[in-house]
Design a protein around this ligand. Structure first.
Ligand SMILES: Cc1cc2nc3c(=O)[nH]c(=O)nc-3n(C[C@H](O)[C@H](O)[C@H](O)COP(=O)(O)OP(=O)(O)OC[C@H]3O[C@@H](n4cnc5c(N)ncnc54)[C@H](O)[C@@H]3O)c2cc1C
Length: 466
């Protein structure tokens, strides 16, 4: 590894803190009632506006009226889905801490898919309605709509952007693109929503004119904008107020190193084992993008540690940073924490660099939880933090199982077969299972522990790929 390995002696001792450990975070989210209230009001407003603006009446006006009504409905649905998609991807802290990154991204995907299909349907219905009412063909109707109506050119460009964003999110195309290309294309989503907004107010029959509906709609859009700006920019501003910098970079195992971050700003942070931060080093070529990394040791007032696999350009660059480099930590985020456990005892399963959050979760466990830790690596040399794991397991009345072997070996000898799991952990069905590792390994563990009797809501996973 090209990491500049520093002397271990210069690294703050993370397992036996000299200074008091920061209190655990109370992970609170928006109250369930608030989420329900928001959802209901969005539905109520939509229905109310549509009925009040004569949407229902359109159904009685023959085929053109029906097509117009469908155009209105799909337009409203597209706009709401786009706003919802932007909101969840901005990860407002309350929502993120309640639902976790996985579910927020899943919601974003569904909002995105809905927005793309409804915006296309809206374009078709409106062109159709325009063609019927002006007795012209679809092509002329589309050209007239896009070029002669106020804000419609913007809406057409916005629609094209939605289609580009939607198609590049299709799994196969997404995999063919670099993360950075995909990310910048995705950023165009903001522009698409802004471009499409004008025509809703000038042409949208629900909102044109000085109706209450119009002001509700403007308020909804402004609230979404404020939340997105606060969640996106606010966290950066907040992290700028915490003076933190790299204190050490250490080689841990083959291809894996850790960075230690220290500074007075740590005193204001409350972090649980299993949570992650978006790390933004203020170094040339790295400042413009933040990458997610889990804390691998419970933070003390002396430092916080991240264990990083040199997988791509930026993670390699992170492991080459010099002590003293200023870093911004945005977060903490995540719901992969021991307080999610329903029962007392736990099983912690890590694959490769998944050891990072698992190591921190282990530190959060107490002896009553009797943690059984299973670590899957290709070779013993790949296991990071072995000494710490052994010490933590012993002090918490737990056991450590290291499974070293190639993928081919484990696919022929699945260590997560229910019978094997039950032999090693007889009370597995009464335990909560926390898993972090490559996708295929996570799936194998989930299948095995479910068959071994672990209830679905006792299985907790952290996904490193987005
Ligand atoms: C919640 C979470 C916690 C994580 N914790 C750790 C950890 O503790 N240790 C560790 O080694 N890795 C962790 N990762 C993975 C780590 O974020 C990626 O490996 C890293 O961002 C890769 O960046 P790169 O430029 O080096 O590689 P690239 O080759 O550019 O990217 C490889 C893959 O990493 C993901 N990725 C890249 N950039 C980002 C980004 N800005 N935001 C989100 N995903 C991105 C994408 O899936 C991409 O396909 C975590 C990921 C997530 C989502």
């Amino acid at each position: 590894m090209s990491t500049e390995a520093l002397d271990h002696a210069s690294v703050p001792n993370m397992t036996t803190p000299a200074v008091r450990r920061l209190p655990r975070s109370r992970i609170t989210g928006l109250p369930r009632q608030a989420v329900t209230a928001i959802a209901l009001s969005v539905v109520a407003i939509t229905v109310l506006f549509w009925v009040a603006a004569g949407g229902l009446g359109l159904f009685g006006q023959g085929s053109t009226g029906i097509v117009q009504a469908l155009g209105q409905l799909t337009g409203l649905a597209a706009a709401l889905a786009a706003m919802g998609g932007l909101l969840v991807t901005a990860r407002p802290a309350g929502l993120e801490r309640r639902y976790g990154l996985d579910r927020m991204l899943a919601a974003h995907r569904w909002f995105g898919i809905t927005a793309v299909f409804t915006v296309l349907a809206h374009t078709v219905f409106d062109t159709w309605a325009w063609a019927e009412s002006s007795h012209t063909n679809w092509f002329s109707a589309f050209a007239a709509l896009s070029t002669q109506q106020a804000w419609m050119m913007g809406a057409a460009v916005g629609t094209a952007l939605f289609v580009i964003i939607g198609s590049t999110s299709y799994r196969r195309l997404r995999q063919a693109l670099s993360y950075e290309t995909w990310y910048f294309i995705h950023l165009l989503g903001y522009l698409a929503v802004i471009l499409a907004f004008g025509h809703q107010l000038t042409l949208g029959s629900n909102f044109a004119g000085g109706t209450v509906a119009r002001w509700w709609w403007i308020a909804l859009a402004l609230t979404t904008l404020a939340l997105v700006v606060w969640s996106r920019i606010g966290v950066i501003v907040k992290s700028l107020t915490r003076p933190l910098s790299i204190s050490a970079v250490v080689a841990e195992s083959r291809g894996i190193g850790s960075i230690h971050v220290a500074g007075p700003g740590l005193q204001r942070m409350r972090v649980s084992g299993g949570q992650y931060f978006m790390i933004r080093p203020l170094a040339r070529g790295l400042w413009w993008q933040a990458h997610p990394f889990s804390v691998s040791a419970a933070p003390t007032t002396r430092g916080i540690r991240f264990t990083i696999k040199a997988s791509g350009e930026d993670s390699q660059a992170l492991l080459r940073l010099r002590p003293g480099t200023r870093v911004l930590l945005e977060g903490p985020y995540g719901t992969f924490t021991t307080d999610r456990a329903r029962g007392r005892r736990v099983v912690l399963v890590a694959g490769g660099v998944g050891i990072a959050p698992i190591r921190a979760l282990l530190e959060d466990c107490n002896a009553g939880q009797q943690p059984v830790v299973i670590v899957r690596v290709s070779a013993e040399a790949d296991l990071a933090h072995r000494a710490e794991l052994e010490q933590l397991v012993e002090s918490r009345n737990g056991t450590l199982h290291v499974l070293a072997g190639s993928r081919a070996f484990f696919s022929a000898n699945d260590p997560f077969q229910p019978a094997r799991l039950r032999a090693v952990i007889p009370d597995i069905a009464q335990r909560d299972v926390f898993i972090c590792g490559p996708h295929a390994m996570e799936s194998a563990v989930i299948a095995g522990v479910r068959k071994a009797g672990v209830a679905t809501d006792r299985i907790h996973r952290e996904e490193f790929s987005v």
